[in-house]
Design a protein around this ligand. Structure first.
Ligand code: NAP
Length: 248
């Protein structure tokens, strides 16, 4: 796909990886619909990018997501691409047993991460695909997974969601190819954003050292991988690991 003049929706775009993707794709001439949960921050982010507009939406709310994509179609006349990037972390152990006391990960802690990181991807992917099929111009959907999809200590909820994201990427590649819609996923390693800045300093330093390159990745390096999937017309249904060689 030639990105120039294409309309690309990016969720979780007020900051971090999503914002870097918006900047990078806009530099290549795309018109960007930035989506995030807080209107003021997404509106401010959009104001710093040419040909961009900010939309407030909680990606877990079905009616709001349907309305969001209708609004973006009305504002930009078309939807060519989607990056499902919005995500949250709520790490914790499945069970914690110490001094005879058992503490369990609550269903709420599990479900809230599944809601944003998996169901949100499903809802936005479904709505984007519906509009792309109706306009009969094809499109590209990129889902942001994680190296944690392999299963990571303290991340039952996050790992399950990120593995599901890759499975949906494969299923959609098979189902949507007949409509000229491609899919791709990216599994970032540890990237320097506000999400990883929440980590305790010791864990942050250890995470950086897990890569043979001995550093965190940058949001721009993930944005480059996103545009690679958009631009290479023979990529579909695959996950690209952008992790500096980190293994967990
Ligand atoms: P971030 O800095 O926390 O940004 C995520 C954005 O998504 C925030 O602006 C957040 O808004 C928004 N968001 C959260 N819940 C939402 C919802 N229900 N609806 C709409 N927007 C919502 O995260 P990031 O580091 O850029 O990560 C982006 C993606 O990459 C995530 O899917 C993450 O899992 C994945 N990833 C990141 C790393 C990394 O090292 N950073 C590694 C692997 C994968 P609020 O903050 O206002 O809630």
């Amino acid at each position: 796909m030639d990105i120039n003049n294409k309309v690309i929706v990016i969720t979780g775009a007020a900051r971090g990886l999503g914002y870097a993707m918006a900047e990078h794709l806009a530099e290549k001439g795309a018109k960007i619909a930035l989506v995030d949960i807080d209107f003021d921050s997404v509106d401010h982010a959009a104001s710093t990018i040419t040909d961009a507009k900010g939309y407030a939406c909680n990606v877990t709310n079905e009616a709001d997501v349907e309305q969001l994509f209708q609004q973006i179609k009305a504002d930009f006349s078309r939807i060519d691409g989607l990056v499902n990037n919005a995500g949250i972390l709520k790490d914790g152990l499945l069970i914690k047993y110490k001094d005879g006391e058992m503490r369990k990960m609550s269903l709420e802690q599990f479900q809230s991460v599944i809601d944003v990181n998996l169901s949100g991807v499903f809802l936005c992917g479904r709505e984007a695909a519906s509009h792309m099929v109706q306009s009969d111009k094809g499109g590209v959907i990129v889902n942001i997974s994680s190296i944690s999809r392999a299963g990571n200590f303290g991340q039952t909820n996050y790992s399950a969601a990120k593995a599901g994201v890759v499975a949906m990427t494969t299923a959609w590649a098979q189902e949507l190819a007949r409509f000229n819609i491609r899919t791709g996923a990216i599994a970032p390693g540890f990237i320097a954003t506000e999400m990883t800045a929440q980590m305790p300093q010791k864990a942050y330093d250890q995470a950086a050292q897990m890569s043979p390159l001995k550093r965190m990745g940058t949001p721009q390096e993930i944005a480059q991988a996103v545009s690679f999937i958009f631009e290479n017309d023979f990529i579909s249904g695959r996950v690209i690991e952008v992790d500096g060689g980190t293994r967990i």
